[in-house]
Ligand binder design. Structure first.
Ligand code: AGP
Length: 366
């Protein structure tokens, strides 16, 4: 219930929560970066160095946006700590018969800490002897209590049904976890330093992105009348695309599909037409050329393109350019304009932004 939280003069909690992100990210980071050894301090994990080194695999579970942030987290862990990692919806995980291994680190993600599917998955893991950490926003919640340790987000109460600041703080918490795991394994001091510096820059860069709001609002109005939208990204850009599509469908009710850009030609390219615009996540990374080729393929089918990246391109109809950080951390920043895009699309369509139809803030039933 939103009743007792101040909306801070914003028209909607969602916009308040999006706007708070420079502060909420700073809170997630506070006291956790060590600039001397370029490591992360995560006392809540309750793991000694030996145990931290012992894991051969990381399995991340969560529902909805928490799952998408987990996919972002899995990529961060693989890139920085070189431990095989993947994410799965907790709602699926709990119903199959997963192999629970002693050398796997399980991570459960939940803003509310009360999502029943995630809680049930944690309980099943514990029953089978799994080591489970929680990345949770709500202190003392059921998932926080059931897990062996973890990272609190300290993002403050999230009131709007659509998750924004908790998603971003979760990704930041994963960057810290990846740094922590990496620095007791293979990650060099130089790379550790690069990531610490990148993390420290995030709040200022988020502020910069928030100044693009008027432009994003115009773009949201321009595209909101489409019956549907395609969101594409490659590798690091794919979880960004999934979360962007999720935000748009939840609060504007515009149909949105997210696909890896590389998969378009294996099926969904058939959907591309002037009626189905594409939001393309195109970071300046080693996949830039591949992504620009994809834009050409969409263009050739007369699809309109809104590109979100680090530069403008003539291959797109419109571009949103965000500040660059380290390649591993860029997905965090690329997600912010998509939150504003969904918000302004929902407002333009006169939707109930903070309480979208059919959805609950935390799904505490099966
Ligand atoms: C996010 O915008 C959604 N409302 C939803 O997917 C949410 O992330 C999911 O239900 C998980 O919630 P939790 O983080 O509280 O566990």
């Amino acid at each position: 219930d939103a009743g007792h939280y101040d909306n801070g003069g914003y028209e909607h909690y969602l916009l308040k929560e999006i706007s708070e992100q420079p502060d909420t990210v700073a809170r997630t980071l506070r006291g956790r970066i060590d600039d001397r050894f370029h490591i992360a301090h995560l006392g809540g994990l309750n793991m000694d160095a030996r145990e931290t080194r012992s894991f051969r695999r990381v399995k991340i579970i969560g529902c909805g946006s928490a799952y998408y942030s987990g996919q972002m987290g899995a990529q961060l862990i693989e890139e920085l700590a070189r431990i095989p990692a993947d994410a799965e919806p907790a709602s699926e995980f709990r119903y199959r018969s997963p192999v629970v291994e002693p050398d796997t680190l399980y991570v459960a993600i939940s803003q509310s800490g009360e999502t029943y599917d995630t809680l049930a998955a944690v309980q099943e893991l514990k029953r089978k002897g799994g080591r489970v950490l929680g990345i949770v926003n709500t202190v003392g919640s059921a998932i926080a209590r059931e897990t062996d340790g973890g990272i609190y987000l300290h993002a403050g109460p999230e009131v709007s049904v659509a998750s924004t600041k908790a998603f971003i703080s979760t990704a930041v918490a994963f960057a810290l976890l990846a740094l922590h795991l990496g620095r007791v394994r293979d990650l060099s001091p130089a790379d550790g330093r690069r990531i610490c510096e990148g993390l420290r820059r995030l709040p200022e860069q988020i502020k910069e992105i928030l100044t693009l709001e008027d432009r994003i609002k115009e773009l949201a109005k321009k595209y909101a009348d489409a019956p549907g939208m395609m969101f594409v990204g490659r590798v690091r850009g794919y979880p960004v695309a999934r979360e962007g599509a999720q935000k748009l469908k939840e609060i504007s009710y515009v149909h949105a599909e997210a696909y890896p850009a590389s998969e378009l030609k294996h099926g969904p390219l058939a959907l591309i037409s002037p009626e189905l615009p594409t939001v393309a996540i195109v970071p300046d990374d080693e996949l830039l050329d591949k992504n620009l080729t994809t834009l050409g393929e969409i263009r050739a089918r007369h699809g309109r393109i809104l590109m979100v990246g680090h530069r403008t391109s003539e291959a797109a109809d419109d571009c949103i350019v965000v500040p660059k950080n380290q390649v591993e951390l860029d997905p965090i920043l690329l997600t912010i304009p998509l939150q504003l895009f969904a918000y302004h699309a929902a407002v333009a369509l006169d939707r109930d932004v903070d309480r979208p139809r059919n959805l609950a803030k935390s799904v505490t039933v099966e």
